[in-house]
Design a binder for this molecule. Structure first.
Ligand SMILES: Cc1cc2nc3c(=O)[nH]c(=O)nc-3n(C[C@H](O)[C@H](O)[C@H](O)COP(=O)(O)O)c2cc1C
Length: 315
């Protein structure tokens, strides 16, 4: 399959097969817009606990911010209670997002301790109930899973998800108890694809055009997380790989200008606090001589103007 082929997820049309992963503290509105400009076809908010959405706290509202250029967008949520999902499903604001993605993969103890995230993989029928609750409200619904909590039950889980009416599944091919040092087990993608009729997106250790090429023969698209941190250019690079067979090195000038764009978007959309802007922006400077020192100085900046002035000085 071609990476540039469009994909229909329920009512949502995605222009290509390159998805930006949901990432806590990374995929804010400004960062998503930057990745879209570089060629990402689909993006998500970071994972938000539905309990926080129901209580409308102000940080949550800012994480949920979007705009007309930020489409198609998935609102990624997690939770543990069907009752809460029922209340959540009634919120009108959900129709402002292309789709709702249920996170069944987060391994953080803060989340699994509440029986949400990857803990849900222990009870596939509960994931099914959550999906049905949202489908009953005519929403496009997807799920992002790992292969299992501490044992691989992915074939059972994906069947349950499909049966419940989900429109797409993304699989991060690790167990919840496996960290990034354990390689993603991509061979499960074809096993899972054989089991289901709905679109399947592969996730885990995809960093290059070559990686993407491998998966596009096996499933319907790829999702990229760490490869995009500090490097929204990865999407453009992949596009270039498919056109020319190689990915271009990104120069310092381009990195600085992406940082500047990120800063301006963050300021314009008032989506994030300064600490986050500095942290995420600092990741654009990876590979610069003395990057650690530069980041240290960056952390001392007190406002957007100071940061802008600081990065302009690298030109
Ligand atoms: C900083 C960070 C934050 C993440 N936050 C989320 C999240 O909010 N929701 C989610 O489904 N996965 C989250 N993940 C997992 C990624 O989406 C992805 O599944 C995982 O990193 C594997 O993909 P990769 O090999 O391309 O990094 C996060 C990963 C990172 C590195």
């Amino acid at each position: 399959m071609k990476f540039s082929q469009s994909l229909k997820i329920g009512n949502v049309l995605v222009k290509n097969r390159l998805f930006l992963s949901p990432m806590v503290d990374v995929t804010d509105l400004a960062f998503r817009l930057l990745c879209r400009k570089q060629g990402a076809g689909m993006a998500y908010t970071e994972m938000i606990y539905i309990d926080a959405i129901l209580h409308e706290n102000s940080k949550t509202k800012s994480l949920m911010k979007t705009c007309k250029e930020d489409k198609p967008l998935g609102l990624q949520v997690t939770g543990n209670s069907i009752e809460e999902f029922k209340k959540f499903a009634k919120l009108d604001l959900l129709h402002g997002y292309g789709l709702i993605d249920i996170n069944c993969g987060c391994p953080s103890i803060r989340i699994t301790g509440n029986q949400a995230g990857s803990y849900l993989l222990k009870s596939p029928e509960k994931i099914g109930e959550m999906i049905k609750t949202l489908k009953d409200r005519d929403l496009t619904v997807t799920a992002k899973i790992r292969l299992g909590f501490n044992k691989n039950n992915s074939l059972e889980v994906v069947k349950e998800i499909e049966k419940a009416g989900a429109d797409l599944i993304t699989v991060h091919t690790r167990l919840a108890n496996q960290g990034a040092s354990v390689p993603a087990d991509g061979k499960w993608i074809s096993k899972i694809k054989d089991r289901i009729g709905i679109p399947l997106i592969a996730n885990g250790d995809i960093f290059s055009g070559k990686d993407v090429e491998k998966y596009l023969d096996l499933c319907d698209g790829v999702m990229i997380a760490r490869g995009a941190i500090g490097n929204p250019f990865i999407f453009r690079g992949i596009e270039r790989y498919f056109k020319t067979g190689s990915e271009k090195e990104i120069g310092k000038g381009e990195k600085i200008s992406a940082f500047r764009d990120y800063l301006k978007l963050a300021e314009k959309h008032e989506v994030v606090d300064l600490g986050r802007v500095k942290h995420l922006g600092g990741s654009f400077l990876k590979g610069f001589d003395g990057a650690a020192k530069i980041r240290q100085k960056l952390m001392q900046k007190k406002n957007f103007e100071d940061i802008l002035e600081f990065i302009e000085s690298f030109k």
